[in-house]
Design a protein around this ligand. Structure first.
Ligand SMILES: [Zn+2]
Length: 115
């Protein structure tokens, strides 16, 4: 029995930002047209321009590579379980505040700052 096909379409976006590619694990550029699944169980699935450029003949190899990389990453994270010793969030806040003050002194940083 043939697998159900998943069809992608072009979608305009007003957000010029990078979006995750669900096939290769990379991301889009800041483009105006995204390529996504717009209906069905896989609605929202997105593919980047590099995967489109690679084309239909390469897409399965791209996804197989991504599956191998995700499995390797899962194995790496599994080996961390039970071994991680973190500083506290409160200590991080102090370090972050000290870093900001080392850059800006005691100057109040305005929400209206131009950057
Ligand atoms: Zn991609």
């Amino acid at each position: 029995m043939e697998k159900e096909k998943i069809k992608f379409d072009f979608v305009r976006t007003n957000y010029l930002t990078r979006w995750t590619c669900d096939l290769c694990g990379g991301c889009t550029e800041k483009v105006n047209v995204l390529t996504e699944v717009i209906e069905g169980d896989e609605k929202g699935l997105r593919v980047c321009e590099r995967c489109l450029e690679a084309g239909q003949s390469k897409v399965n190899d791209i996804m197989r590579l991504q599956v191998m990389e995700l499995k390797a990453e899962a194995e790496r994270i599994s080996k961390l379980i039970g071994r991680v010793v973190l500083p506290s969030y409160a200590d991080w806040l102090v370090a972050e505040d000290q870093a900001v003050k080392s850059i800006w002194g005691d100057t109040e940083i305005s929400e209206d700052a131009p950057f």
